[in-house]
Design a protein around this ligand. Structure first.
Ligand code: NDP
Length: 337
């Protein structure tokens, strides 16, 4: 079955690696679907920092490359073998190519039905919460299982993922968050999200930050560092860990972490992980378990999603210039239709 659709759509893509100037708001064919796929008309798509890595070529990509990782929208076309989904269903889902008016999606993928009464606010909220919310709830359980009373270091603590980690660690897990961010305003946001100790990376040197962390933790260091900044903070994260501490390196905002000598770990019996979200939700029961956990935190107002700005799809380039310029906090969204 299908609704009547145009042949072309607007998408955000790049045809070569580079800075924001390689991004195009372009016409692109609406994808054909197979018997086991659905076509989704997108309403909102979440912006995630990972797009920068693909655009710059830090992660390889096949070009032309349509960006996007998550969205909410409505199913407008359905393959004949698809069960459990119907045209008109409102959905939130994780997929590539969501910076587009339409995205094809395998019906067996990571998708949640939102119910027929899902209004615009709900579509906004779930487009904003899904990917980064799942990072927060999976990482604090799987990458390092945060225990009550743990001191935990969070870098980029006022970013999209950062504000969610602050909340989950402090409120759900009852840990003490030591937040690093690059301005007073950002640190105030981290504080509102539950961070107890605020370290301004624009005012303090890394040696001073380390000294403060050791003072805060009575000389022991932190049980874990959730570090998404990468190259600039990897050494600080390792030095700040306590005996048996865990370095969760999960992003490259400042560049990729240089190779690490394994012997570096033995002095304090450290653990190092470089996790990615999909490694924790690839089984359907894992995705179900963690999305239910995330939605229950949101519905019970134990996790606030801070949507700091919504841009039209055509203005993704401006959004990412601000994000790479470290001028953004919380979650950025694209409004598509
Ligand atoms: P953010 O909103 O956190 O934006 C990035 C932030 O990184 C900036 O605001 C800035 O905060 C900080 N930063 C530090 N150094 C630099 C630099 N040199 N250039 C730019 N930014 C810098 O983005 P997201 O919430 O979308 O993502 C956060 C991180 O988590 C990213 O690194 C992302 O790749 C990673 N991630 C990893 C996942 C995984 O599965 N492994 C999944 C999702 C996200 P400040 O100015 O305060 O330092």
């Amino acid at each position: 079955m299908s609704a009547s659709l145009p042949e072309k759509q607007k998408v955000i893509l790049f045809r070569k690696n580079g800075g924001p100037e390689v991004l195009e708001y372009a016409d692109f064919p609406i994808p054909a679907i197979s018997d086991s796929e659905v076509l989704i008309k997108n309403k909102y798509a979440g912006i995630n920092y990972i797009e920068v890595y693909f655009r710059k070529g830090i992660y390889p990509s096949k070009m032309p490359y349509v960006l996007g990782r998550e969205a909410t929208g409505t199913i407008v076309k359905i393959g004949k073998n698809v069960t459990g989904l119907e045209i008109g269903d409102k959905v939130a889902y994780l997929s590539g190519k969501t910076f587009a008016e339409y995205t094809k999606f395998p019906s067996s993928g990571n998708l949640i039905k939102l119910g027929s009464n899902a209004d615009d606010e709900k579509l906004k909220l779930y487009a904003a919460a899904l990917l980064q919310g799942l990072v927060a709830v999976t990482f604090v359980n799987e990458a390092y299982s945060v225990q009550p009373g743990d001191y935990i270091l969070v870098t980029a603590a006022a970013g999209g993922v950062g504000l969610l980690l602050d909340q989950v660690i402090s409120k759900e897990k009852k840990g003490h968050v030591i937040a690093i961010a690059s301005s007073k305003e950002k640190l105030q946001k981290a504080k509102a999200a539950g961070a107890e100790y605020l370290l301004n990376s624009s005012e303090l040197s890394q040696d001073e930050i380390l000294k403060r962390i050791l003072e805060i933790t009575g000389g022991n260091g932190v049980a874990a560092s959730f570090d998404s900044v990468g190259k600039d903070t990897a050494e600080l994260s390792l030095s700040a860990l306590s005996r048996k501490g865990t370095f969760v390196s999960f992003g490259n905002a400042s560049g990729t972490v240089p190779p690490l000598s394994i012997n570096r770990l033995s002095a304090k019996n450290l653990k190092v992980l470089r996790p990615q979200l999909y490694g924790y939700i690839s089984e359907p029961q894992e995705f179900k378990y963690y999305t239910e956990k995330l939605f229950s935190l949101i519905d019970n107002h134990e996790l606030e999603i801070d949507i700091s700005k919504i841009y039209p799809l055509s203005e993704y380039r401006q959004a990412v210039i601000e994000q790479e310029g470290r001028r953004t906090t919380g979650k950025l969204l694209l409004k598509i239709s």
